[in-house]
Design a protein around this ligand. Structure first.
Ligand SMILES: [Zn+2]
Length: 194
């Protein structure tokens, strides 16, 4: 027989629904605006993204404005993984400051954790730096490549360690559930404790 929901139960459902709506709003604000880059939905927490075809670079970050600007026209000349890298590199400036190497490293970490960056993608990113020597704003392509190589290895190690930890946690949970006794204990032989 189906029971009718009491008024009290309905009231509780209404409260829970309101609470989860508020939680969703907060989550969206923290996550940042969701934009599509290279066919993938991405976001940078607390940062808005604007697309501007007149920007002289692939991307730029304005941390004071909590704003990332991307040039879709220039980005379109690169592979998807490079486009995603640029988005996350700019997001990295919002997270770790003005250092190009640190922003690169942050982007690599995000790529490895999210699964869009593998060794092949890393080579494409390195190639996109070009053979440029050091400038006032950017380190040489060579040092940026060496840096992202190190960051990639470190991120892969972290991900592997996190997976291992997760595996142990799952096993620990499985073990904590008391095993069911298949058969009753049976005396095999008596012995003397020495
Ligand atoms: Zn940069």
């Amino acid at each position: 027989m189906r029971a009718k929901l009491s008024t009290a139960a309905l009231a509780i459902i209404a409260i829970v629904a309101t609470m989860s709506a508020a939680a969703a709003r907060t989550t969206r604000d923290v996550r940042g605006e969701i934009v599509e880059v290279a066919g993938r939905e991405v976001s940078c927490a607390n940062v808005r993204t604007r697309f501007d075809g007149s920007l002289p670079n692939l991307g730029a970050a304005a941390p004071d404005e909590r704003l990332t600007i991307l040039n879709p026209r220039l980005l379109g000349r690169y592979s998807k993984v490079v486009q995603l890298f640029v988005f996350h590199h700019e997001c990295g400036h919002h997270r770790v400051g003005a250092s190009e190497l640190n922003a690169d490293c942050w982007a690599v970490g995000e790529g490895v954790r999210a699964g869009w960056l593998d060794r092949n993608g890393l080579t494409q990113v390195c190639r996109s730096f070009g053979n440029e020597a050091d400038t006032d704003t950017h380190p040489s392509g060579r040092s940026r490549c060496a840096n992202i190589d190190r960051c990639f290895a470190a991120a892969e190690f972290e991900v592997a360690r996190a997976k291992e930890k997760q595996r142990y946690r799952v096993e620990a949970v499985a073990l904590s559930e008391a095993p069911k006794l298949v058969a009753g204990p049976r005396l095999i032989r008596t012995s003397v404790l020495r």
